[in-house]
Design a protein around this ligand. Structure first.
Ligand code: ATP
Ligand code: MG
Length: 368
């Protein structure tokens, strides 16, 4: 396994001029040896481009990549000693399941006793033991994809294993099991794993560190709780969570925060207060989980006009609009308990927007 240092940018066009010409904007990042990482972001944000730069399928147009301090920028995937699992199964149909799993090992001249031992282990982990003798061609798509995963996991000597949306063809129930399996395998083998997905649940359950990407940029790297509690960028607040973080416009006016024509004086640290005062206008971020119904005219609460209160089973989802001078100035969504059951469209509800979880954003960046 290896520590992977990136200091690169990539453009698919020969003479990039603007940021839009880059699939990956300049990025400096280290994947620590033995870490489990996810690259998470919407379609087209550059996840596959980054993964292919790491594996060596793509040479970055700018910068360098080093494995354990050794420059590998021009090296092939073979020379980098990388295993990669793709979205769709890559296996040999004419071989048996066992032969497919053994292939990466036999190909490198690993002694047969060791091959058998290792194939047995991996097959057991992926519930493939009973199919080892069967021809791969007759198997269903998800069984084939399990073989692809197994072929990625079977070698012990790789620098890293890269997964590009490997569970796309797997049905939801099995998906959940395999995600858990990959996590167990990571704990047992301590491999450096990098896992690409656009599914936040997949990323947050699999990885210790999630790299959230937006338009060619890594906007935040952190564990699941940091992405949830302190999104570094409004994009992360929005993208992580279901529904995502709420944002309201705020202004600093006469020593207080103005939201939709009301004054608020929440307790702020001196540095946050100074930043908000200097910025003048900013955004206030609060997650639906951290909004509660407050008494009418509560000094930390914002009144909303209820649009609807939906029973989601384990909670109620309240959607309300913030009004200013008869016009809509924002929307808030709150995850509430049974107390929301009595709310009807058109009612006024007061939501505790200012609390210890509230985040402030200037130019879309979190005020630390
Ligand atoms: N071979 C290529 N030639 C030119 N442009 C490309 C090429 N591959 C990707 N791009 C562009 O680079 C950007 C990043 O693409 P990339 O495939 O890395 O995104 P992604 O995050 O993996 O998306 P998805 O979730 O859809 O797989 C996109 O704008 C895409 O159109
Ligand atoms: Mg992709």
């Amino acid at each position: 396994m290896a520590r992977i240092d990136l200091d690169l940018a990539h453009s698919y066009v020969p003479h990039p001029r603007t940021d839009d010409d880059y699939a990956l904007l300049p990025l400096r990042f280290t994947f620590e040896d033995g870490g489990a990482y996810a690259l998470l972001g919407p379609s087209g944000c550059g996840k596959t481009t980054l993964l292919n730069c790491i594996s060596g399928l793509l040479r970055p147009s700018h910068g360098t990549i080093a494995f354990d301090g050794r420059d590998v920028t021009g090296a092939t995937p073979q020379a980098r000693n990388i295993a990669q699992v793709f979205q769709f199964p890559v296996i040999y149909d004419t071989m048996t399941v066992g032969e497919n799993l053994a292939f990466p090992l036999r190909n490198r001249g690993v002694p047969e006793a060791q091959v058998r031992e290792r194939v047995g282990r991996v097959a057991e982990m992926l519930d493939l033991s009973s199919t080892l003798g069967r021809r791969a061609s007759g198997l269903a798509a998800d069984a084939k994809q399990k073989i692809s995963l197994g072929r990625g996991l079977v070698r012990q000597d790789v620098s890293a294993i890269l997964f590009d949306e490997p569970l796309t063809v797997i049905d939801p129930q099995l998906k959940w099991q395999l995600r858990r399996k990959l996590k167990e395998i990571h704990h047992e083998f301590r491999l450096t794993l990098i896992y690409v997905t656009h599914d936040q649940t997949e990323a947050l359950t699999f990885a210790d560190q999630v790299v959230v990407m937006s338009r060619g940029k890594a906007v935040q790297v952190g564990p699941a709780d940091a992405l949830f509690e302190r999104p570094a960028h409004t994009f992360v607040g929005h993208f992580i969570g279901s529904p995502g973080m709420n944002f309201l416009s705020g202004q600093w006016r006469d020593g207080a925060i103005d939201v939709a024509g009301r004054r608020y004086m929440p307790p702020l640290s001196p540095s946050v207060e100074a930043a908000l005062r200097a910025a003048g206008s900013f955004r206030i971020g609060v997650r639906p989980e951290y909004l509660q119904l407050a008494p009418e005219r509560d000094t930390q609460a914002v009144p909303v006009q209820v649009q609807r209160a939906q029973d989601i089973g384990t909670y109620w989802l309240l959607t309300g609009t913030v009004q200013e001078a008869g016009a809509q100035a924002g929307t808030l969504r709150a995850r509430l308990g049974a107390e929301a059951a009595g709310l009807r469209a058109g009612d006024t509800a007061w939501l505790s927007v200012f609390n210890r979880h509230t985040c402030y954003y200037v130019n879309e960046e979190l005020v630390p």
